[in-house]
Design a protein around this ligand. Structure first.
Ligand code: FES
Ligand code: FES
Length: 469
């Protein structure tokens, strides 16, 4: 039984919990303003807002309903385009019309949902963050310039005569961004939650994290099957203990990116995670899913490998730990029993004067799968490399640590000859294949350039760009 609030209606239905929200809202409750485009999380036509109650306050995120199991909306507030205005158009909808930001209109509901999500959830409303919020939405008609103009006009309007960086739900209602029923949602969610139970886990069912890749690859099959979905709404997924950083497997990429704990350890984390995927994908994709999915070019796995992370599995009352580095036995082959569930990931907080850097090459800079990616964790003492660990993806059947390269660098003084030799050694320990993301030779070249890029960017006084030629 699925019970949630959709716009201002409470919806209760008996439905397979693995079916997608998109199919449910379009086919069962006939809210056809939400569109079906790619069904792969790439176009944003199916965007909706998902609101959950956190400390008596609603927190809204944009998500791709084509990749969202119905199970994930139980006890939550789903906002479709039909729920964004009452009898009159909202300020955003008016602005889109005035600026010519809609032509055929197929993409428009998704853009308006994503931009409304920015105004509802961002702690810093501005045109740059608004552009990131709509980065997962694609328009084939407008050229996007008019869409940006429409958003800038709304931002200028609501920030006029105000120095505030964000606004409360009530203020956004007063500014005609959202309808007045939003004010009632927290109390209605509290009431709703008294009468619902989350579906219980069944032994032997496959657990699915965010499903952002599985629903692309096997969506129709999953929708008919029996699975357990990770629904962890706790706000303590990332914590420190005994100089270690712990992350529950259900931590989303957005939660990782926005964590103050992680930002202290990886200062540029927000920039790195923007390369992972669009905001709706980051809002759903989990660290556990990224690790278990075992893609050789998994972005989060790459960063966690450089941090020498350890995985904690649970099997009934038993737990088992294994280093992430030793977890992959071959292409998509894991050191894991079917009944083991990944619960937690942890790593030692790097000490001393360390630097960490992530690099990714893909056909497009943003929202694309990596051809090759790499993370370096390095600390220097007295001009010598005290510790270094370089992870690389896309250059072998598994995400790997460049052990020989890292061993060679340890104890060395950074200079052009040392770095070039390190890149040569790295090339001898990898086994890339030719595929849609590039030939094996091209990937070898990319890894070399990424290793050089790490040192060029981290130690510009010691290396000059000429070595990258
Ligand atoms: Fe394209 Fe969902 S239909 S992202
Ligand atoms: Fe046609 Fe955007 S207006 S796809």
């Amino acid at each position: 039984i699925i019970t949630f609030i959709c716009n201002d209606e409470t919806v209760t239905a008996q439905h397979n919990s693995a079916a997608t929200l998109l199919d449910f809202i379009r086919q069962t409750i006939k809210l056809t303003g939400t569109k079906e485009g790619c069904r792969e999380g790439d176009c944003g036509a199916c965007s909706v807002l998902l609101g959950k109650l956190v400390n008596d306050k609603m927190v809204y995120q944009s998500v791709n309903s084509c990749l969202l199991p119905l199970n994930s909306v139980i006890g939550k507030h789903v906002v479709t385009i039909e729920g964004l205005n009452d009898d009159n158009l909202s300020l955003i909808q008016k602005s889109f019309i005035e600026e010519g930001a809609t032509q055929c209109g197929f993409c428009t509901p998704g853009f308006i949902i994503s931009f409304t999500g920015h105004l509802l959830s961002s702690e810093h409303i501005d045109k740059t963050n608004a552009a990131d919020a709509i980065a997962g939405n694609l328009c084939r008609c407008t050229g996007h310039a008019t869409i940006h103009r429409a958003m800038e006009k709304v931002i200028a309007n609501i920030k006029a005569n105000s120095s505030k960086k964000f606004f409360s739900v009530s203020e956004l209602i007063d500014k005609n961004i959202i309808p007045s029923y939003f004010n009632e949602i927290p109390s209605r969610i509290i009431e709703l939650k008294k009468n619902i139970t989350q579906p219980s886990s069944e032994n032997g069912n496959t657990h699915i994290g965010g499903g952002t890749d599985l629903y692309v690859q096997r969506g129709r099959e999953i929708a008919k099957g029996s699975f357990d979905f990770v629904t962890d709404d706790s706000d303590n997924k990332i914590y420190l203990e005994d100089n270690k950083c712990f992350l529950t497997a259900s931590t989303t990429v957005s939660e990782f990116s926005e964590s103050e704990i992680i930002e202290k350890i990886i200062p540029d984390v927000k920039e790195y995670t923007k390369l992972f995927g669009s905001l709706p994908i980051r809002n759903r994709a989990t660290l556990g899913g990224n690790i278990i999915n075992a893609s050789p070019i998994a972005d989060m796995t790459n960063i966690l490998l450089a941090l020498d992370s350890t995985l904690i599995f649970q099997n009934g009352t038993q737990t088992r730990e294994i280093k992430l580095e030793h977890f992959y036995k071959g292409y998509k082959l894991l050191d894991k029993l079917p009944e083991e569930i990944l619960k937690t990931i942890y790593f030692n907080i790097p000490g001393g004067n360390y630097k960490i850097k992530y690099e990714k090459v893909s056909k497009r800079t943003y929202l694309d799968i990596a051809s090759v990616n790499s993370t370096i964790l390095i600390s220097i003492i007295d001009d010598k490399i005290e510790y270094v660990r370089i992870a690389a993806g896309g250059i072998s059947p598994i995400p790997m640590v460049l052990k020989n390269c890292s061993d060679f660098l340890t104890g060395k003084t950074i200079g052009p000859a040392v770095i070039l030799e390190a890149a040569n050694i790295a090339n001898k320990e990898i086994s890339p294949i030719s595929d849609a993301r590039g030939s094996a030779d091209y990937k070898r070249l990319l890894l070399r350039q990424l290793i050089l890029a790490h040192f060029l960017k981290l130690f510009p006084a010691k290396i000059t760009e000429e070595i990258a030629v």
